[in-house]
Design a protein around this ligand. Structure first.
Ligand code: HEC
Ligand code: HEC
Length: 309
């Protein structure tokens, strides 16, 4: 008998014996347990097949001589045959590539379960429940809800009294501060306050129809006080001549033209939350963690503040 077969046989006996011992000591032998028996038979089959395959190929390497046409190139006398690719190898190579593309495009990563997707769906579901549950609340209850939303999301910058904490953010107890109005007139504004790109021109585009000239520093000062003081005092004529064409005669805005600068509105606040805002005081980031009802509520709260309620 060939020495290799002998070693193969010894190895088989050793592996099978070791398998039996391992199961025999930890699982109490075959014991007539069908699952144990099947496991041992499986292990024996695997051991035998492995050894048979190894022996076969080692024999082949010992005996086989390569045949075929040699390629021209050779390296220190070692050449390469121009044999066809083995069919099995070629098929699995191409198959793996096709499968890889399928997997990448329609397979696991895109369509399967994802924690982010699950989170988004649960949030959506919860928001629907929330909207249904609170659909009808209005008035004081809406303002109360808004106060909670404000305390949780806005006080870090606007302060617990919504006063802007000494100029760190806008004071929401009033529609707008004088320095903000001045800033907007001097620099223009492009904050999507109407929910769309509709910028206000800077002072080089602001004519006072009464004087027929560009707005002056003195006029800016006067009209800014007028707007910030709730449309009282001097400046009504400048407002009428320069601003009313867009913001309306009373400053309450015109749809799709200019926002209400006399009072806060639900839409304006929703737009500030959605797009963020940049102005004289600084920059407010967009805040998109609130659902529709919560935005409506926080707006109701802010509107109630600036009315002094
Ligand atoms: C050509 C139209 C137009 C004219 C004239 C105009 N505005 Fe505006 N104004 C706008 C638009 C549009 C916006 C919104 C810009 C944005 O989305 O940021 C705006 C925004 C503002 C804001 C910012 C409101 C906020 O919440 O930050 C203030 C304040 C303001 N205008 C004051 C004035 C004053 C005062 C005048 C007159 C001196 C004036 N505007 C003239 C179109 C105009
Ligand atoms: C990271 C700080 C920060 C947070 C958080 C924040 N804001 Fe602001 N907010 C600002 C700043 C700064 C301004 C002033 C921007 C300017 O006009 O210069 C501002 C301005 C505003 C304005 C004024 C808009 C106008 O037209 O004048 C409103 C309304 C507002 N915030 C509402 C809110 C609400 C509601 C929340 C909570 C959901 C909130 N903010 C959270 C910083 C913040």
């Amino acid at each position: 008998m060939n020495k290799l077969y002998l070693w193969g046989g010894i190895l088989s006996v050793f592996l099978i014996g070791a398998t039996y011992l391992a199961i025999g000591t930890t699982k109490g032998g075959l014991n007539g347990d069908i699952v144990n028996t099947l496991a041992v038979l499986g292990a024996i089959a695997i051991a035998l097949i492995t050894i048979w395959v190894v022996v076969k190929y080692v024999r082949q390497m010992q005996n086989d001589t390569a045949s075929g046409e040699l390629a021209e190139e050779n390296w220190d006398g070692i050449g390469e045959y121009k044999n066809e690719l083995p069919v099995g190898w070629a098929v699995s190579f191409i198959g793996t590539m096709i499968w890889g593309m399928w997997y990448f495009i329609v397979g696991y990563p895109v369509n399967a379960f994802s924690q982010i997707g699950q989170y988004n769906e649960e949030v959506k579901e919860l928001n629907q429940k929330f909207a249904a549950k609170y659909a009808d609340i209005k008035g004081d209850r809406l303002v109360d809800m808004g106060e909670s939303v404000f305390l949780a999301n806005c006080t870090v910058c606007h302060g617990i009294n919504a006063d802007g904490m000494d100029g760190k953010a806008a004071n929401l107890n009033q529609r707008i501060e004088k320095k903000s109005v001045e800033y907007v007139i001097k620099h223009g504004s492009n904050n999507h306050l109407l929910g769309m790109e509709m910028p206000m021109p800077d002072r080089n585009g602001l004519f006072n129809a009464n004087t027929g000239a560009l707005i002056t520093d003195a006029e800016i000062d006067t009209v800014a006080s007028y707007v910030a003081n709730g449309f009282q005092g001097a400046g009504a004529d400048i407002f009428a001549g320069t601003c009313a064409g867009c913001h309306g005669p009373d400053g309450r805005g015109l749809p799709s033209v200019a926002p209400n600068i006399r009072e806060f509105t639900t839409d304006l606040i929703a737009n500030v939350l959605h797009h963020g805002k940049r102005g004289a005081i600084g920059k407010m980031p967009a805040i998109n963690v609130l659902n529709k009802k919560q935005k409506e509520a926080v707006a109701a709260y802010i509107i109630s503040l600036s009315k002094g309620e």
